[in-house]
Design a protein around this ligand. Sequence first.
Ligand code: FAD
Length: 393
Amino acid sequence: MRTIAVIGGSLAGISAARALREHGFDGRVVVVGAEDRLPYDRPPLSKEFLAGKAGVDDLALTTDADAGLDLDWVLGEAAAGLAPRGRSVVLASGREIVADGVVLATGARARPFPGDRISGVHTLRSLDDAVALREDLLAGGRLVVIGAGFIGAEVASTARDLGVEVTVIESDPLPLGGVLGPELAAVCTALHEDNGVRLITGTAVTGLAGAGRVREVRLAGGRTVAADAVVAGIGAIPNIEWLAGSGVDHDHRGVWTDAGGATNIPQVVAAGDCTFSYCPYSGIELRQEHWTNALQQPAAAAATLLGKSAIPARPTAPYFWSDQYGARLQFAGHRRPDDDVEIVEGGLDSRRFVAGYRRGGELVAVFAMNQPKLFGKWRRQLVAPAPAAARLS
Ligand code: FAD
């Protein structure tokens, strides 16, 4: 194999490029990125960067050591097509990159709210998004956040820090209920109210209104909420449309891969937020839209591409963290609604605790608030649940 094209110039892309070199690949590595900048870190975009506590330089994902990787960067150009059997990548400009192997690492984009073309309506995925949102937050006024998931909650938290009046609207009766279960979601929900956020739950947003600039958010049932800026935190969509006609199996959930990042095309692998992959820990296919997966999955994908063993002996539990209102939330494992949950360290009232989720008596997931050390201790005790579902065919 002489040339490998890595498509996507963010966390999964640079991690794949590093892993290819670590595995001894000494051919040409071309990294194609639609954004016109070197890889940068996204988690601070809703936290320190949005708050003005970190600058652009603090976001850099590449270091001086990466110069030694000898990568060919093609930035500011999106891949527009992949030839059947993955032999070449065609860029939006028409330029073609002929490759012996391809890593798909095109991530995801924020799901827009219908009508988001009105000025003052934001989503948050890129550095440019964060710069535009910060400008509106610094102008003060009233921010409405649509969706109380992790991005929505973090933006609400940072906006409160900046002195902005915040309303969060969530269509589910309990924010994060699907991820954490009702007991623990209730603790996270209380953080909003304790920090002066007006939280409206069980109500869908039906539209946005304003002449030129957003002024009002309309809710089901006819209520309205005044707004000077709006952020839609309503999920992400994998960037996979460019693979149409390539023969690579994918759907709205992402590119289908096995645990080693292999797609159905031998010389094409995928990693990061664009994938819908078999997770050996959970025993099912998942789209893990989390930083740690985008850091680790590329190593397995690179090994697969180079014909090396890619599956770790012990399955790794999915992991993510979130920072909201000064609280550090951490979750690892795989939770199902019928799992038993118990507090194993600390207490809910102190907001310093670790909770364990058990299935058939085994610890399958763990969630912590403000207990990073104890979280690590319990995370090490996780037991992978028995594979529950058939693999993708
Ligand atoms: P992405 O970061 O989405 O990068 C994909 C890259 O591919 C982009 O640069 C994109 O422009 C490019 N691209 C897309 N299409 C093409 C194409 N056709 N051709 C070429 N390039 C293309 N995770 C956590 O675990 N904890 C957190 O606290 C946390 N906070 C977050 C906060 C924010 C605001 C955001 C947006 C994400 C956060 N995440 C967090 C998630 C984490 O950042 C992602 O899981 C991670 O960025 C995924 O990396 P990726 O490389 O797979 O995809």
